[in-house]
Design a protein around this ligand. Structure first.
Ligand code: CU
Length: 246
């Protein structure tokens, strides 16, 4: 796990090559000792408290730390979750409404409704279409391999709207009902924290602040929130075309 390729046994090299090999081994040993005594990069946590311009908490916002250039804990050294995440369809709504994922993550799209859905995205970060699928069909899977915002829709139910935000960072979270999100990360100079919510702006437009130190970062928005694009539950919609039809 330390990236030290240790080999054993006879390697067939000439005796003249052995001093050089010994010095390389010594260097690796010293690196290992330094790692043990100095320790791995220290983990830290940052809690973001997000409030709108009226001081009310904003929930479901995605908060992430952008790794600095040359950051030893840059995301290419970290793999996304092995198990796929889930974007369900329940009661004719995408559930969850907003799903942040690390680049390379697989997401499955089950259908928990007793009716068909036909999920699609025209977003540059991922264009795809999951043709008519029924409840009980095996969930279709999509890998999100490019950072950006993926806006989801359904060809059958016009109102359905959901977002998958694909991030080039392993450190992300969503604000809770109190507007708080905690990020566990490895600090490095030059890191920045981003905040996104459809009521703040259209991605990639996000609120950006420097990460000055671990602890709590309080952010109050200065501008009014945008109109909420979240669909109303179908039960509250008028029946008929584009509305709720069981
Ligand atoms: Cu649908």
């Amino acid at each position: 796990m330390f990236g030290l390729p240790i080999r054993s046994g006879v390697d067939g090299r000439s005796p003249e090559a052995r001093p050089a090999k010994r010095s390389r081994c010594a260097a690796r040993y010293l690196a290992l000792v330094a790692f043990i005594f100095c320790g791995a990069p220290q983990a830290a946590s940052l809690t973001v408290e997000l409030r709108d311009n009226n001081g009310k908490p904003l929930s479901e916002a995605v908060v992430w730390i952008e790794p600095a250039a040359g950051d030893p804990a840059a995301p290419q050294d970290r793999l996304p979750a092995e198990r796929p995440l889930v974007m369900d369809q329940q009661k004719r709504l995408f559930t969850p409404y907003i799903l942040p994922v690390q680049r390379g993550t697989r997401v499955i799209f089950p259908n928990s409704d007793p009716i068909n859905h036909h999920v699609y995205s025209f977003s540059p970060a991922k264009r795809f279409e999951l043709r008519l699928h029924h409840q009980g069909d095996s969930a279709q899977e999509v890998t999100f391999d490019k950072p950006g915002l993926v806006t989801l829709g359904c060809n059958i139910h016009d109102w359905m709207l959901g977002f998958i935000l694909v991030l080039d960072s392993p450190w992300f979270a969503q604000t809770d009902a109190e507007g708080r999100a905690r990020l566990d990360y490895q600090p490095a100079a030059g890191q920045r924290v981003h905040v996104w919510h459809p009521r703040i702006g259209d991605a990639p437009e996000s609120l950006v602040r420097p990460v000055e130190q671990p602890g709590t970062l309080r952010i109050q928005l200065s501008e009014r929130l945008k109109r909420d694009p979240r669909p109303k539950p179908p039960i509250d919609r008028p029946r008929g075309k584009g509305g709720y039809v069981p």
